[in-house]
Structures are given as structure tokens and as C-alpha cells.
Design a protein around this ligand. Sequence first.
Ligand SMILES: [Zn+2]
Ligand SMILES: [Zn+2]
Length: 244
Amino acid sequence: MGRKEYRLILDFIYPRRCPVCNEVLPFGPFRICGGCQDKLSFVSQPVCMRCGKEMEKGGFDSFGAEEYCLDCMRHEKSFSGGVALLNYNETAKKLMAGLKYKNRREYAGFLAGEMARRHGKKILRFGASALVPVPVHRKRYRERGYNQAELLAKELSWRLSIPVKMVLSRVEDTQAQKKLGYEARQKNAAGAFMARDCKGMGNLLLVDDIYTTGATAQACTEALLAAGAGKVWLLNMAIGIGRS
Ligand SMILES: [Zn+2]
Ligand SMILES: [Zn+2]
């Protein structure tokens, strides 16, 4: 029995359900129902040139100045730019929660496919040598058994022909964190990251599921740059809406 037949039998016994509304899906390659697909909002132009967030149309400087969202104008960001797939609306929220907490690992394939199809050319122009997933805490990894960012990176990897490199790790609350001084610990409060030597790796693509405040992306970027990476670019599956 081939893989395809096996899949069909599995679909018959355990029908696949839409990860957003839980309706049974028809046979075929799609893993989200048509209704929910329509409720997804894909990021469209104009976007912030730094974080890739969708901006209000006509809401930016009419003199043609650089287009950055308020957050990227106010706070220093060390990454060079980024691409985001979905606006983080209610539907995207449900979907990302499924991927992250409900073991809907298959959803990573759908997201990576859309990302590669819609933004593949732009992503390749970043000239990155590797996809670097944002790591999760070891404790969370043990609880869930997977890291959603790693799943996404792996699904993107074969579609874009860019290898995945696990160069980042979380500074756990134990020994590593204790070695840091007070200030360094404060700075790392939001989630500390360490990168192993990145010299000679050139540009890197940081992969994560959601971009909200950008604190994680910034912390990871700083760690990668300090470890010798060239430029760091972001790939986020969902991103906050608006100019904030
Ligand atoms: Zn649905
Ligand atoms: Zn921005």
C-alpha cells in the first residue's frame, strides 16, 4: 500500500478537521475549510519595511519617506527586515493556538506552503544561508513534545531549499541565568537567548509563529549578531495589525 492510499484510509477512519472551526474536511490536500480560508487575512501592501507588519493604506508619510510602523520608528530593531504571512485576527489566533497548544502539527505545512508560494521570491533575495527557529523553553518542549517554530522552519526548508540550523537556545532559569549579573538578567527577563558561533554563516532567517511586541525577535537578533551572523531577517506566520 502506497503512502497516498494509506492517507486516504486514515482520512476515512479519522477524518481530518479544519483546525479553525473543527468541521470535517473533504478529501484532498487542503487542511483548512473554505469558509475559514476566507476569514484569514493575508498581509498585503503597504507593509512596514522593518517588521513586515501591514500598515494603514495612505496612513504613512506622503512625501515618500521610509515606511516604518510606529513601533519600529520608536524602538531600535536590529533585524534588517522581515516577511509576515497573516494578520493576527481572530481566525489566525485560533489557528496559531491549534499549532502551538493543540498538537495540530500538520498546520505547519499549510502555513509554510502559503509563505513559500506568496513570498518565496522575496525571501530568497535576503540571501540567507539558514533558517533559524526561535527556541522554546526546555520545559515547554518536554510538555508539548515539539517546538512550533522548528516545525515551521522544517516545512519551509524543503520548499525554499534553505537548511535549518538550530543555533539558538534559551537561557534557562538555572545555572546559565545565575551566571549573569543583575542588569544582564533584567535585560533578559522577557526571554533570554544564546547563539552558538555564527561566524561565516552570513545572513540568517529567524523563523517564528507570531510577532507581537517584537521583543523575542529583537532578543534573538541581538544574540545572532553578537555570535557573528551577517544580517538577520524575520519570517513570521502571523503579525499584529495596525501601526502600533
Ligand atoms: Zn473551518
Ligand atoms: Zn514595523
